[in-house]
Every structure is written in C-alpha cells, then in structure tokens.
Design a protein around this ligand. Structure first.
Ligand SMILES: C[S@@+](CC[C@H](N)C(=O)[O-])C[C@H]1O[C@@H](n2cnc3c(N)ncnc32)[C@H](O)[C@@H]1O
Length: 272
C-alpha cells in the first residue's frame, strides 16, 4: 500500500493476541499500563528529542496515552498516526489520526515517519521479525524506532503472606506464560529485541532495562488483578480454578505481598 492505511473489519487478522480490547477489563488494563509505563516511554522520547513538526507512527496504540502525548509534542505542524487492531476511543487532537490496522497483514506507508513507537506488541506476534522489517521500511532515513517490551520470564515473588500464596502466585505466572506461549507469544522477547533490531538493519541501538516492585495499590500489581479477570478463561484452561483466582486476588490485596515486575526493556535504534 502506498501512502495510506487501509481499514480492516474488527477482529480480522492478528489472531495471536490473547488480550481483548473489547473486554470489560481492557480499560483497567490500559490505565495500569499508562500509569506504570508512560513515565518510562515519555523519558525515552524526550531524550530522543521529539520536536514540533515531526511525523510519528504509533502501532498497537491501545488507549492512546502515548499517541496523545506525541500529538501534543509535534503540534499542528506535525502528525501522529495511531494504529491498532482494535482501537479504543482516544481524545481528538489536530495532529492525531487513529486507524484500525493489522500490522501483521497490512502494509504501512514507506519512508514516511521520523519516529515510530511500539509498546508491548511485538512479543505477542509470531511474525515479530517480519513486522520489525515493516517498521524499518516505514521510517525515513535517520528516523528512530522506539520499542518497549517485557521479559516476563523473570518476575519472581519476593514476599508472600505464606508459602501457599507464594506458590499460587508462581503457578499463576507459569499458567500465564503457557497461555501466551500457546498463541505464539515470546514472553522473553524484551531481552532479545535489541539484537533483533540490529539484525533488521537499525544502527545506534541502545537498551535500558527497568524493574519495578509489585505491591498492593501499585499500577504494576493492579494490572495483575485485571489480568486475573481479563485472562480468566485462558488461566482456567491452563489449570487454575476460579477459587484459586479469587484466592490470588486476596493475596494481591495483602500488604505483605511483594514481587518483582517483568523486566521492562526500552530500546531504540535509527534507520541509517
Ligand atoms: C498490550 S496492548 C499495549 C497497548 C499500548 N501500546 C500500551 O502500551 O499501552 C497491545 C495492543 O496491540 C494491539 N494489537 C494486537 N495485535 C495487533 C496487530 N496485529 N496489529 C496492530 N495492533 C495490534 C492490541 O489491540 C492492543 O491494543
């Protein structure tokens, strides 16, 4: 496709993605993601020098907190195209265009963007390396890709009310890893994506890892509470019961619970 993004019917393509933006729990998931990760993403983008007049693309924009922030930075002389397989409502801005688009199956404009931002999407897509090549092609020479991805394989429990709750949390974590793995997700992708960017032709690739604490009341742990509802069917398929999920929610509310977050990798690189 040349300079535009074609629309596809809701739900078409991208069948690998396990979450569902149509779920009653998607709003909570996206609020927690924004509260947790926007400070990291915004810090990275500010250091990269986002300027008025830039042409930006955000793929898998979700509820659009970063697309909105970018639109405010680039101003009316710039542009932000926010795409998603299942876009959620995003406030209007003169610079912002929101489109339904499947980045696996549909082309993007080529040599078109100064900056591309993609957060927590590629790990879910079995075709992640082909999508990376598509993102490379979408950038103008000198343009920068920013990825933020999880390594969910390292996220141990640190303290729990008792041994059983610690073990239950670990079973939940393993069930989630299996459920995502069954969809072709690579839950260790965060630690691998910088090398994949180098293979795709990016230069000046830089990585910063971040780890946070999951404690009651934090967005990091609230997101896990949402996951127990949002991913309930998949978790039950992987061997947890509704009773255990209820027990886990009580553990998440216990002030003695602490766990390490997924490792968050913020990676950027330039198209030469
Ligand atoms: C985990 S959410 C992250 C949302 C947002 N980037 C953030 O970090 O807050 C992943 C998003 O990617 C979207 N998505 C999944 N598969 C996609 C595809 N094939 N093409 C475009 N977007 C996709 C989902 O609908 C969802 O909104």
């Amino acid at each position: 496709m040349g300079g535009s993004v074609r629309e596809v019917a809701a739900g078409a393509g991208g069948g690998s993605y396990l979450f569902d933006n149509g779920s009653a729990h998607a709003g909570g998931q996206h609020r927690c993601l924004a509260a947790w990760l926007d400070p990291v993403s915004v810090g990275e983008l500010l250091r990269a020098g986002v300027r008025p007049g830039m042409s930006c693309l955000e793929v898998g924009a979700g509820a659009g907190s970063i697309a909105l922030w970018l639109a405010d930075q680039v101003g009316p002389t710039g542009s932000v195209l926010a795409t998603d397989l299942a876009p959620l409502p995003i406030a209007a801005r003169p610079a912002l265009t929101v489109r339904r688009h499947d980045v696996v199956r549909e082309a993007l404009p080529e040599d078109a963007f100064d900056l591309v931002h993609v957060r927590l999407l590629l790990s879910h897509l079995p075709e992640r390396e082909a999508v990376l090549a598509r993102l490379f092609a979408a950038l103008r020479p000198g343009g920068v890709l920013h990825l933020l991805e999880f390594d969910a394989e390292y996220a141990p429990v640190l303290t729990a009310p008792d041994e059983r709750s610690g073990e239950l949390y670990e079973r939940y974590r393993q069930a989630k890893l299996r459920a995502f793995g069954a969809r072709g997700s690579d839950q260790g992708w965060g630690r691998k994506c910088a090398a994949a960017m180098v293979r795709a032709g990016f230069v000046g690739v830089e990585v910063s890892p971040h780890v946070d604490m999951l404690a009651p009341g934090t967005p990091q742990l609230e997101m896990q509470v949402h996951n127990t509802w949002h991913l309930r069917d998949a978790l039950v398929r992987e061997g947890l019961t509704d009773g255990e999920l209820a027990e886990l929610r009580a553990v998440f509310a216990d002030p003695r619970f602490r766990a390490c977050s997924n490792v968050v990798y913020a990676v950027h690189g330039r198209k030469p």
